[in-house]
Write a protein of this length. Structure first.
Length: 391
């Protein structure tokens, strides 16, 4: 039996509620066996080159998100172990019998992947809203993921990638970059003023995308000094630090932040406020800083309830709210490809040099991976990459 290195959560080894982190271990590698599973005819085996560690993975690491989905899917499968990770670049090393004719893919092709594996038959899929499929599975959460040397995926989810046009480390983060593209697609940004509330990985990507889509003024809102500095380096015209909400009203917006942004926009407010942090006070800040008739893009997510501070203003000012999840399949990927392959816009270079810090301190080889040191990496950098032998 072939084996591989992987990073896993195993409920027989650790309790979800009282543990953190992932464990590196040797586990059986996936195989294609159409006799046992006819569905393998439309699947491929991938040798992983690079895998990105994102905000969702942080949620799993600290047990703050996706526990119900991981545990529920393991119940359905009758298993205890989940290989985590959903952002990847890899090379196809084996294909099912229907893959080449049906999907145009072959051994040796370099691919990334859409992380939401859709059913194709629910109402949403039938009307073209595949990104909100009612029965989707998410790689690394409700099925085994890419923090491993080998991975089996359906061919329909794969995205061929030209490494002559996109460097491999950047190609590995096409999926989260696509989140920012989708968020910026919610409304026309050309010539608009945009506030990005929360400059984590997706917020930083959104700065690049918004500028690439013609935003005339970008205001960042960020509490982390390092992330604020990255936002400035990526092109924010100004980065503001919000005041923390009162413990008595943790949902409350910051009136000083609103006043400053009004000052920066001639008393009007921004055309578009992109809430990327997922905190209740940040969402209310977005509602407060957007102009009458403006747009709030809600991408940040946390579990639980939230309080809308002024529902009257939301309605009477005609504020448009857009909930954004994932990427449009595959429309967002097409735009992502164009933005990354166009070297004249500088986006690819700034992702590598600024967000990924040219690989300095942000890239860890799976053979050298150790929990404590990796936790330090993900605590100090908004984005990290795991390099596999396939690279």
């Amino acid at each position: 039996m072939s084996t591989m290195l992987a990073l896993t959560f195993d409920r027989s080894r650790e309790d979800w509620a009282s543990s953190t982190g992932l464990v590196k271990e040797v586990i059986p590698a996936p195989t294609l066996d159409e006799a046992q599973d006819p569905g393998d005819a439309e699947r491929v085996l991938i040798k992983v080159k690079y895998a990105g560690f994102c905000g969702s993975d942080r949620g799993i690491w600290w047990r703050k998100a996706f526990g119900d989905m991981i545990l529920g899917s393991l119940d359905e499968e009758g298993r205890d172990k989940r290989v985590v990770g959903h952002e990847l670049l890899g090379e196809i090393i084996a294909v099912g019998s229907k893959v080449t004719e049906g999907f145009g893919l072959k051994v040796g092709d370099v691919v990334s992947t859409e992380s939401h594996i859709v059913c194709g038959v629910c109402y949403q899929c039938q009307v073209g809203d595949l990104h909100v499929c009612a029965k989707d599975k998410i790689i690394g959460i409700s099925m085994d993921g890419c923090f491993a040397e080998r991975l089996k995926l359906p061919a329909k989810s794969l995205w061929p990638t030209d490494l002559e046009k996109i460097r491999p480390e950047v190609a590995a983060v096409q999926e989260p970059f696509g989140n920012a593209v989708h968020a910026c697609q919610a409304t026309d940004l050309n010539g608009k003023t945009v506030a990005i509330l929360g400059c984590g990985t997706i917020g930083l990507f959104a700065i690049l995308v918004a500028r690439g889509m013609g935003a005339k003024q970008i205001i960042g809102v960020e509490v982390n000094p390092h992330h604020a500095d990255l936002a400035r380096r990526l092109g924010c015209d100004v980065v503001l630090t919000p005041n923390p909400a009162s413990p008595l009203k943790p949902y409350a917006s910051d009136p000083l932040l609103r006043a400053k942004i009004r000052e920066l926009t001639n008393g009007v407010g921004v055309d578009v406020a992109m809430e990327m942090a997922g905190f209740n006070d940040s969402f209310n800040n977005a509602l407060r800083v957007v102009r009458r008739g403006g747009h709030v893009v809600a991408f940040g997510v946390k579990n639980g309830d939230a309080v809308i501070e002024d529902i009257h203003r939301l309605v009477m000012d005609g504020i448009h709210i857009h909930g954004i999840v994932g990427r449009q399949i595959f429309g967002t990927w097409e735009i992502t490809k164009r933005l990354l392959e166009d070297r004249s816009n500088g986006i690819q270079d700034r992702i590598w040099e600024v967000i990924l810090n040219s690989g300095q301190g942000t890239m860890v080889d799976i053979r050298d991976w150790e929990r404590t040191s990796f936790e330090k990496v993900i605590s100090e950098h908004p984005k990290a990459l795991i390099r596999f032998a396939g690279s």
